[in-house]
Write a protein that binds this ligand. Structure first.
Ligand SMILES: Cc1ncc(COP(=O)(O)O)c(C=O)c1O
Length: 389
């Protein structure tokens, strides 16, 4: 009997580096290894590589290259956005959604400890911020709002254009964490009513350890890491030139994929077939928004056919024993006793909030893996339900 190779269905946690990404990094390590601040030919080579990477990313995502600050990832970028912006503002209120990534929550709590008022924007049962709260939340003393564009655990997309436009009218700065969105839909970031936007390389087959903060030039942004004045003085430390080269290659690959598919994520039809196969199964129900969701993302809550919640961590391990690499909740927020804080914020009771499962797809799946995916996942889920039930 042929043994099936394991399937990686955890793109939203990290995506395997693509070959052109590794090639770009290798070339940079070989030819642009020097310190970009050095005033000799080796340094110029490294500085040139760094700036070419910055320009490639900015061109692909539709904003001027000077708006981009490289940093270590989405976590740091969100800290830079909130702490850097707040350091230049009078103290006031910060609003974040109830389903932010822990990185934004951590930065928000730091500001709270420094005297900022923190308001949490409630979400509905599918994870969309409740727009009825918008005017109240934007009233003084609100100075800063942060709303996650694409929720990593339940896939819901927020109406960030509407929120950003309202923030602009109210004179409030708006940050959005776009870590899960970049690479999955065409973007023209300059045209968005967003002041600060964060993303990271490793979710789109780029290297781990590099991310980006995009900030409008008219916005005062203090340094969040001091040092040698790199990255326009905002983020000290010798730049990760080879990682930036890999980041640029990953963005360009993702953009080319979107373009080839007419401006859509080519993974969406596969995700939709998978959803169509799973939804009829007893004890499987979609979590997050059906229409407005990340195109490569599928999340469900799993119970026995009679409705007893099944523990997410055991589901993940049972599925891995059957060759499927998936995740329950976010990779960054493991083991909460009362279940996922995201599902709790959406109104799920503690038992069910511990029964979430996420499957996120990527371009590495081969044609035959795609063909067999719906059947393979349905069979494995049924077997795990039977085993744990
Ligand atoms: C929505 C979101 N924001 C931020 C992050 C953190 O990014 P990084 O791992 O690059 O720090 C993640 C990673 O899981 C994420 O999913």
């Amino acid at each position: 009997m042929a043994v099936e190779s394991p399937l990686y269905l955890d793109a939203c946690a990290a995506a395997p580096p693509a070959e052109p990404v590794i090639a770009a990094m290798l070339a940079a390590y070989q030819g642009a290894w020097a310190n970009p601040s050095s005033l000799h030919g080796f340094g110029f080579e490294a500085a040139d590589c760094l700036e070419r990477s910055r320009q490639a990313i900015a061109a692909a995502l539709g904003f001027p290259a000077s708006w981009l600050t490289f940093c270590s990832g989405g976590t740091e970028a969100s800290h830079g956005a909130l702490l850097g912006a707040a350091s230049q503002l009078p103290q006031g209120r910060l609003v974040i959604s109830a389903i932010e990534h822990p990185a934004v929550q951590a930065a928000a709590h730091q500001l709270e400890a420094r005297g900022w008022e923190l308001a949490i924007w409630p979400v509905d049962g599918v994870g969309r911020v409740d727009m009825a709260w918008l005017d109240r939340l934007l009233a003084p003393p609100t100075r800063l709002v942060s709303v996650l564009w694409g929720q990593s655990e339940v896939g819901t997309l927020q109406p960030i254009e509407t929120i950003g436009a309202a923030c602009r009218r109210a004179g409030v700065l708006f940050h959005s964490d776009a870590v899960q969105v970049v690479g999955h839909q065409p973007l023209a970031i300059e045209a968005l009513p967003v002041d600060l936007l964060t993303f990271t390389a490793h979710k789109i087959q780029g290297p781990r350890g590099i991310g980006a903060l995009v900030a409008r030039p008219d916005l005062a942004l203090g340094a969040w890491i001091g040092g040698g004045g790199q990255e326009a003085g905002r983020r000290g430390g010798t730049e990760a030139v080879a990682l930036a080269a890999g980041f640029a290659a990953a963005i360009e690959l993702a953009q080319a994929r979107l373009q080839d598919a007419g401006g859509h994520d080519p993974l969406q039809p596969l995700r939709d077939r998978l959803l169509a196969a799973l939804e009829p199964l007893a004890g499987v129900s979609l979590s997050g928004c059906r229409q407005r969701r990340l195109p490569h993302h599928l999340s469900v809550v799993l119970t026995t056919p009679s409705g007893t919640p099944l523990p997410g961590r055991q589901l993940v391990s049972g599925l891995w024993q059957r060759g499927l690499a998936v995740s329950s909740g976010t990779a960054c927020a493991r083991g909460q006793a009362s279940g996922s804080p995201v599902l709790r914020a959406m109104g799920y009771p503690p038992g069910l909030a511990g029964s979430g499962l996420r499957l996120s797809l990527g371009p590495w799946l081969t044609a035959s893996q795609r063909d067999s995916l719906p059947e393979r996942v349905s069979a494995a889920l049924g077997a795990v339900q039977a085993e744990l039930g």
